[in-house]
Design a protein around this ligand. Structure first.
Ligand SMILES: Cc1cc2nc3c(=O)[nH]c(=O)nc-3n(C[C@H](O)[C@H](O)[C@H](O)COP(=O)(O)OP(=O)(O)OC[C@H]3O[C@@H](n4cnc5c(N)ncnc54)[C@H](O)[C@@H]3O)c2cc1C
Ligand code: SF4
Length: 330
């Protein structure tokens, strides 16, 4: 690890000012569960760290419209355990609990989870070329071992996936991300617009501006219907998703689907909300034939790179299983 300086911030504006003062080499550090690993590998080389872990941004508050505002510093474990989250947004609680390990979830913050970086092994192997780590050098995963890589929304420059489970649940909940800028102005960005597809600039992963901080995640009132998060991975715990599905579905008298929201994890550079699948579900009978049709729509544009071809069928089956489970529980 390279030498760096460190300071602990006591308020959000002070933290932002400290990062701006630190210049391009300055970074916020929250739980450190991703950033420190990247620093040890010298993939991230911050010259100055501004510790935001003790900022008073960890409250989970009721909103007048029936939604919740979750502070960016709330721990993943505390958010998953919050009774209001468990009762009204079980898809979020399930997604959080499917990620990492108990110890990691205790340290990991909501803001940091959104900004964690891909688990593409070539990104972590500094001996390999990688457009995300060093723009313009190439992509080792294309033509390499690409079993865990993207099948939707990828580009010829990068086929990495976004690793967050939580963000997939936020996508079906239509969450908004609250940001505070270095000019003191706050803004709010929909979770759908927060992460970027790789295009020709895979190093740009979100719309966050220099010095800008995530201060909270806002959940609108929960939509009608049952919620579920299903994660498929190589081992039962402590593993990232090969494919995951967040689903919310309501039916009229258990027969006709009236509400459907579907998002996939592990398949793209960002959480992948499938409006095509949703349109194929709403107004149709809640049967396996309908789910299969919706899955075909959702994966219509999917493209494998060889080792990850299996993910296309896996994603379809995971969606069908999840929807069948939601319908059964309704
Ligand atoms: C072994 C292992 C297994 C894991 N498994 C999973 C899994 O299965 N599913 C899953 O979803 N995650 C998994 N994780 C990832 C873990 O959830 C993330 O590392 C964690 O959520 C990041 O939060 P943090 O607070 O530690 O972020 P940090 O490491 O402190 O920061 C990450 C990045 O976010 C920036 N940042 C942090 N907070 C803010 C903020 N408020 N505003 C602006 N920038 C900010 C930092 O500058 C840094 O660039 C795993 C991690 C490990 C190490
Ligand atoms: S997939 Fe993206 S992160 Fe992985 S090697 Fe290619 S450019 Fe790098």
């Amino acid at each position: 690890m390279r030498p760096f300086t460190y300071e602990r911030a006591t308020d959000a504006r002070g933290a932002i000012a400290a990062v701006v003062r630190g210049g391009p080499g300055a970074r916020f550090i929250s739980g450190g569960t991703n950033l420190l690993d990247l620093m040890k590998l010298e993939i991230e080389r911050p010259t100055h760290l501004v510790d935001i872990s003790r900022l008073p941004l960890s409250a989970i508050e009721e909103l007048p419209d029936g939604g919740l505002r979750i502070g960016a510093q709330a721990a993943n474990s505390d958010t998953a355990a919050d009774l209001r989250v468990r009762r009204r947004y079980p898809v979020l609680s399930e997604a959080l609990l499917s990620g990492a390990s108990g110890q990691l979830r205790n340290k990991a913050s909501m803001g940091g989870n959104l900004l964690q970086r891909t688990r593409c092994p070539y990104f972590y192997d500094v001996a390999s070329v990688c457009n995300k780590r060093e723009p313009g050098t190439g992509c080792s995963a294309i033509g390499g071992i690409n079993r865990i890589h993207a099948i939707l929304g990828a580009s010829e420059h990068c086929i990495a996936t976004h690793p967050s489970d939580m963000a997939v649940a936020l996508a079906v909940l239509d969450a908004r991300i609250e940001l505070l800028g270095n000019d003191g102005a706050a803004r709010s960005v929909s979770v759908h617009d927060f992460h970027c597809l790789p295009g020709a600039t895979p190093q740009v992963e979100s719309v966050l501006r220099p010095g800008e901080m995530i201060t909270a995640i806002v959940l609108p009132p929960p939509p009608a219907g049952r919620q579920r998060y299903r994660k498929v991975r190589d081992r039962a715990s402590y593993e990232f998703a090969l494919v995951s599905v967040a689903a919310i579905m309501a039916t009229e008298r258990g027969v006709i689907i009236t509400t459907a929201r579907v998002a996939f994890g592990g398949v793209a550079h960002k959480p992948w909300r499938s409006r095509d699948a949703e349109q194929a579900l709403i107004g149709r009978p809640a049967t396996m034939a309908t789910y299969r049709e919706a899955a075909a729509h959702a994966l219509r544009d999917a493209k494998g790179c060889g080792h990850n071809n299996f993910k296309i069928e896996l994603a379809k089956r995971t969606l069908c299983r999840t929807l069948a489970q939601v319908a059964q529980e309704a």
